[in-house]
Design a protein around this ligand. Structure first.
Ligand code: GLC
Length: 490
């Protein structure tokens, strides 16, 4: 192995010295289009606040602001055994959660199943069959019984991380697929009967208690252990948040005549923020991502910041610079692999940003291994800067969501529980987001962070179980608001 050179210093100003003018011009242009100053972040956030309000109104707006029928937080005394199914992005996960007698304690066992990528764009039946198969495998593996009929029926909380209109907690009409999913015949349908039919076919001893969103699960699971938790966020394959509203502040549910001070969790679905293209500084690459996606015009905010798209934005820029006749970039190299859409994911960018070496050796290695491209040092400098710009834009824009909820609700201090691959794994994402929050919310220099985005508890496992438990408890207490099948829940 050749020597790797000294470890890279955080400041890389000197490193551009050898970069020729054509590439330097490109870097300057990229800095211009991908950077977001404080004023822009504030402008985005202020528009966001208005759009959150619009989503709660009777007329509605492009942010769905879906009432979830999760009516308040757990008090730590919930007990029982629950299944949780998590379908949201890359994997499918089945958990069994036992909420214990000791306040706030639980045990969990879980299995992950890879979600074959063909399923994301396949047929509806295949999806539900696959899900039911995974649940069956899980039960057979963890409960060694000859006959599934011997088991008591177990309530399940189903984390379905897509926008769904819920008139009840045990019901949910898919508004539209997001995150690249495009399964025919499901949009506009209640997914609960589709799910239940597949369970019934296998005679599985499982009954659905609640259909939930990952953000709502995150909010509830995190608030279970930390009472200052006011928002649950996902920064992963997609991006979104949930928070508690008072029923009286949600004009679109006025007809339900609920007590105005009764809490209800709202799944914002704010990946759809600015679909109208009013305020977000979209680049030509964002426009291409949108046009080539299964749902153009939808999820404008999400497409600029979520894990599914970061690698693709990066790829589009590199191909564009290569094809620019005025630039010498990957000249004479075969870039056919780089021309494949969605060939790079966010972990590719993470690896580049994590490269600790001054000579960007690791970045060079992954370009060679993954794409068959030998990148020269000046090209590696551009690549590294581009990854930083895309990662920083994502983190800074991401902060506008929780900031807008805080502004809207006049929350001056709280914890925000966050989960998802980008939050947990992308280098510097947390620190960059925290800086942006400080700029948007205008804390004094030296003042400690008033709103902290921290790692969440397991929302689609423990959160889903807690919501199932809360729903069953409500049935027992006769608080049936937003529960369709109370008999089955009892
Ligand atoms: C997408 C989904 C949303 C989910 C988010 C994070 O935005 O529409 O329901 O919460 O991804 O998984």
């Amino acid at each position: 192995m050749p020597p790797l050179g000294p470890r890279r210093q955080p400041s890389r100003r000197g490193s551009m010295a050898d970069v020729p003018d054509d590439l330097l011009d490109q870097i300057k242009e990229l800095e211009k289009i991908f950077s977001l100053e404080k004023d822009k972040l504030i402008q985005v956030t202020d528009h966001f606040v208005k759009e959150l309000d619009k989503g709660l109104s009777v007329e509605g707006g492009s942010i769905p602001m879906n009432p979830t029928w999760v009516m308040g937080f757990p008090d730590g005394n919930e007990t029982g055994t629950f299944l949780a199914l998590d379908m949201g992005g890359t994997n499918l996960r089945v958990c069994e959660v036992i909420l214990l007698e000791e306040k706030g304690e639980y045990d969990i066992i879980q299995s992950k199943y890879r979600m074959p990528s063909e399923l994301r764009t396949g047929e509806s039946d295949e999806l539900w069959e696959y899900i039911a198969d995974c649940i069956q495998q899980f039960i057979e593996y963890h409960h060694e019984v000859e006959n599934l009929a011997e088991l008591d029926t177990i309530p399940i909380g189903f984390t379905f991380s897509f926008p769904a209109t819920q008139e009840y907690i045990d019901h949910g009409v898919l508004q539209r697929w997001t995150k690249g999913f495009d399964i025919k015949g499901v949009e506009g349908q209640d997914v609960v009967p589709l799910f239940e039919a597949a369970l019934a076919k296998r005679k599985l001893p499982v009954k659905l208690s609640a259909l939930i969103n990952d953000t709502t699960g995150t909010l509830i699971a995190s608030a279970y252990t930390d009472s200052s938790m006011k928002i649950g966020c996902i920064f992963g394959t997609g991006c979104n948040a949930a928070y508690m509203e008072n029923c009286g502040s949600v004009p679109k549910i006025t007809d339900y005549n609920l007590p105005p001070d009764m809490p209800i969790a709202i799944n914002c679905e704010y990946g759809a923020f600015d679909n109208e293209n009013v305020v977000l500084p979209r680049t030509k690459y964002d426009v291409i991502i949108d046009n080539d996606s299964p749902r153009p015009g939808q999820q404008a905010f999400e497409k600029m910041i979520a894990g599914l798209y970061l690698g693709e934005i990066f790829r589009l820029v590199l191909v564009d610079i290569h094809d620019n006749k005025n630039c010498n970039f990957f000249s004479g190299q075969d870039i056919s692999k780089l021309r494949d859409a969605y060939t790079l994911d966010a972990s590719f960018l993470s690896d580049i940003e994590n490269d600790p070496f001054e000579n960007l050796q690791e970045t060079g290695d992954i370009f060679k291994q993954e794409l068959g491209i030998t990148a020269q040092k000046p090209e590696l400098e551009l690549i590294r800067r581009l990854a930083e710009l895309i990662g920083t834009r994502a983190a800074r824009l991401s902060a506008c969501g929780p900031a807008a909820i805080c502004k809207k609700k006049n929350i001056t201090t709280c914890h925000v529980g966050a989960d998802g691959s980008v939050f947990n794994k992308y280098p510097h994402f947390k620190a960059r987001g925290a800086v942006a929050l400080r700029e948007i919310l205008g804390w004094e220099k030296g003042q400690k962070d008033m709103v902290n985005i921290v790692s969440a508890e397991d929302g689609s496992g423990v959160g889903a179980a807690l919501i199932a438990a809360l729903t069953i408890k409500r049935v027992k207490e006769g608080n049936l608001a937003g529960i369709k099948n109370a008999e089955r829940q009892a």
